[in-house]
Design a protein around this ligand. Structure first.
Ligand code: CA
Ligand code: CA
Length: 299
């Protein structure tokens, strides 16, 4: 079977059910997405002036991939098999953007060694942990721009969106319409400067359609060690509660524990984390370790 490859010509600025599929796949297929950095290549020269950056599409996503078996109401299991980073990463710092009192503005390009998985931060070696910033399916309702995370996924900027992990996304329209972009060479919790090590990258995923799995909250990440429910909302207070409640319901569905005891266990062993504070909706995750309970919902 021919490898499914979606080139970086297929970028768009919204998760939108009217965007024509760039490729078609069947459940169980693997596909390769060539992703473009969040500035769409506009930050190309070290220390260039921000005013010279002409961003054609902010935070573009590559896709969408139409999965033939996916029907509204299903779950799309996305196994992140590989994220190949580029040979450079870029960042922009400017006053009024992010958590810090930045002064002056600066645009930087840092060299990356994709084989050593390191970046040269002006002589400091920074280990990479490549991740996907933007990934999601098309919502049934109005389009959502690729800067906003919501229930369909989108600009989640979760540092655990790495190779080796699995993402569960909702299918809201037939075909699911999976897109992704905004590759980060590495990012900390919070993404506190509103950018990470922004870069082009090549992502390989396997997509599988799961039927009748309303017990799987979405978007959810599964790592070798944790389940992570995610939520996005305008305030950190709201999204932290949403992420925690998703995990509470997940534990009740899969442990046999009643409501208060699932809450007790989650308070003992769950970690509530901030994934990002910089997007139009903030993001939190609730992580629960597999050493307490491992759930077999892969069938
Ligand atoms: Ca992002
Ligand atoms: Ca980014």
């Amino acid at each position: 079977m021919a490898q499914i490859v979606i080139s970086s010509e297929h970028i768009h600025g919204a998760f939108d059910k009217t965007v024509a599929p760039a490729a078609h796949a069947h459940s169980g297929d693997t596909a390769v997405f060539h992703c473009v950095d969040c500035y769409c290549g506009a930050l190309h020269t070290d220390r260039m002036a921000r005013s010279d950056m002409k961003v054609s599409i902010a935070n573009p996503a590559t896709g969408p991939l139409y999965i033939e078996e996916a029907k509204a109401g299903d779950i799309l299991k996305v196994e992140i098999l590989d994220i190949r980073p580029d040979t450079k990463g870029c960042m922009s710092a400017r006053p009024g953007i992010g958590a810090y009192e930045i002064e002056p503005a600066v645009c930087r390009v840092f060299a990356v060694d994709p084989d050593a998985m390191t970046a040269d931060f002006d002589g400091l070696t920074v280990a990479l942990k490549p991740m996907i910033g933007v990934i999601g399916t098309a919502p049934a309702g109005d389009p959502v721009n690729t800067e906003t995370p919501a229930e369909h996924g989108g600009n989640m900027d979760i540092k655990d969106m790495n190779a080796g992990n699995i993402l569960y996304l909702p299918v809201e329209v037939d075909g699911a319409l999976l897109s992704m972009g905004d590759i980060h060479g590495v990012q900390g919790d919070g993404e506190t400067l509103i950018c990470a090590l922004e870069m082009n990258g090549t992502v390989t995923v396997r997509v599988t359609v799961l039927k009748d799995r309303a017990d799987i909250p979405t978007p959810m990440i599964e790592s070798p060690t944790h389940y992570m429910t995610t939520a996005a909302a305008p305030s950190l207070d709201d999204c932290s509660i949403l992420a925690a409640r998703k995990m509470h319901r997940f534990l009740m569905a899969h442990t046999g524990l009643d409501n208060p005891h699932a809450g007790m266990l989650l308070s003992l062993k769950g970690d509530l984390r901030i994934s990002q504070i910089v997007n139009p909706n903030k993001g939190c995750i609730m992580a629960f370790p597999k050493d307490v309970i491992e759930i077999d919902f892969k069938a």
